[in-house]
Design a protein around this ligand. Structure first.
Ligand SMILES: Cc1ncc(COP(=O)(O)O)c(C=O)c1O
Length: 423
């Protein structure tokens, strides 16, 4: 590029955007590997909750193939998609109204006016920060170790991040008193993000602790409960509680239990006024026609039944990992809880015995060896607070679990023997 006038991009772009690191995924490093076992991103190895027949009947009464159901003409791809998505929102409300706990029954049922749909929960998170935090002034509060996008979105919006770590010595419990204290001291904190079940620690946060933050006596801000993994947890969603707590937003996604990470659909439930704000802020056509069509199919009874069946299969495999991993020399312990489709697993600096301690170098080497030798991708979490020596492993299919158990054992043996320690 040549130009008479010098152009300095660095002086033109907002400094917080200039400082944004590019999104990187371990997957990009292994694109050439055939047969990758993707246990790094908490997707659903059991597949999408879309029975082929059901997709067809969503569009017409006779049976047609999935290709035909997603035919461009049928989808009217030459037109802008439905901007309001009322029917789809109603299906999400039905899902959460029917699965609500008894104690929620007194609260008004969810209706489309409670819903804003985003391009994944990631867009919902960004919308909330943009709606409530003034750039360069306001703050959010997060509870590390936690999901990374809260911080990324905050930086993109020039919003400061305040932390109140989970209790690393107490099963990664929320510390509502520490959060409350931070909120009392700093009115510039506008949004608190609570991940439940938490990522990467996998524990469901008790409702009473969230309510304590919601009921802060002086603070005037929003509590977001990120329920990306709620369908894997015992105990129900807080979604319906948005009609009780005016400052509560509950986010969910089709990326996990419904196995639809590829269509990018996140759901934010909130009281109608907040919901209206979020809907006003989002792009009018953020939901593509194929996304709306596929989500609609997944929310039919047969899709929900398939989701439930896949969830049961995942829980079986989670139990197997919980049973079998401790038999491997070098396994330390499970960190956090078992309420999601992944486990946080700590490994030791030697095969076991006296004086063995969790070790980041060993764990990072195991993750690397798994990827290089067998194409098994898991997520290294050793640098997160309270997570030293840990890998986050998504629960896969039976075959994936068989393989990851074998490969972890082999990787540990290799890494230990490289250090002169044998199992
Ligand atoms: C806690 C949590 N929230 C949100 C997301 C993002 O979900 P989506 O795919 O809907 O953007 C993830 C994805 O891993 C997550 O772990």
């Amino acid at each position: 590029m040549t130009n008479e006038r010098p152009f300095d991009l660095t002086k033109c772009v907002r400094p917080n955007i200039l400082a944004l690191p590019p999104y990187t995924s371990m997957r990009d490093d292994y694109l050439d590997h055939t047969n990758l076992s993707l246990l790094d991103a908490n997707e659903n190895s059991f597949g999408p909750s879309i029975p082929v027949q059901e997709v067809a009947s969503t569009f017409r009464h006779d049976a047609v193939s999935i290709q035909s159901a997603l035919d461009p003409k049928r989808l009217q791809l030459h037109r802008y998609p439905d901007a309001q998505q009322i029917k789809l929102k109603q299906l999400f409300c039905d899902l959460r109204n029917t699965t609500c706990e008894e104690k929620d029954a007194a609260v008004k049922p969810l209706a489309p006016e409670n819903v804003c749909l985003g391009v994944g929960s990631d867009e919902s998170i960004d919308l909330v920060i943009r709606a409530f935090c003034a750039p360069g002034r306001d703050k959010i509060l997060i509870c590390p170790p936690t999901y990374g996008m809260y911080e990324v979105s905050a930086q993109a919006n020039d919003v400061t991040v305040v932390t109140a770590n989970l209790d690393v010595d107490n099963g990664f419990a929320l510390r509502p008193e520490a959060i409350d204290e931070a909120l009392s001291e700093d009115p510039l904190i506008k949004v608190v993000f609570i991940c439940s079940p938490a990522n990467p620690t996998g524990n469901l946060i008790p409702r009473a602790e969230i309510v304590r933050v919601l009921e802060h006596p002086t603070w005037n801000g929003i509590v977001v409960v990120d329920e990306a993994y709620i369908d894997f947890a015992p105990g129900g969603s807080l979604a319906r509680q948005v009609n009780k707590w005016p400052n509560l937003i509950v986010t969910q996604t089709l990326s996990k239990a419904f196995g639809l990470a590829g269509i990018r659909l996140g759901i934010a439930y909130s009281q109608p006024q907040i919901s209206q704000l979020l809907n006003n802020l989002k792009g009018p056509y953020n939901m593509s026609a194929p996304t709306i069509a596929l989500a609609t199919a997944a929310l039919q009874p047969a899709g929900i039944a398939l989701m439930e069946a896949n969830k049961r299969a995942m829980i079986e495999q989670r139990k197997r990992l919980l049973r079998e991993l401790p038999k491997i020399s070098g396994f330390g312990r499970f960190l956090g809880g078992y309420d999601a489709n992944f486990l946080l697993v700590q490994f030791l600096d030697k095969p076991g015995g006296q004086g063995a301690v969790p070790d980041n170098a060993i764990t990072a080497a195991v993750a690397h060896t798994l990827a290089i030798n067998s194409g098994v991708l898991v997520r290294y979490r050793g640098i997160e607070p309270g997570c030293v020596g840990s890998l986050r492993i998504t629960v896969g299919t039976k075959e994936e679990v068989d393989n990851v158990l074998l490969q972890i054992q082999m990787a540990l043996e290799k890494v230990y023997s490289g250090r002169g320690q044998t199992a």
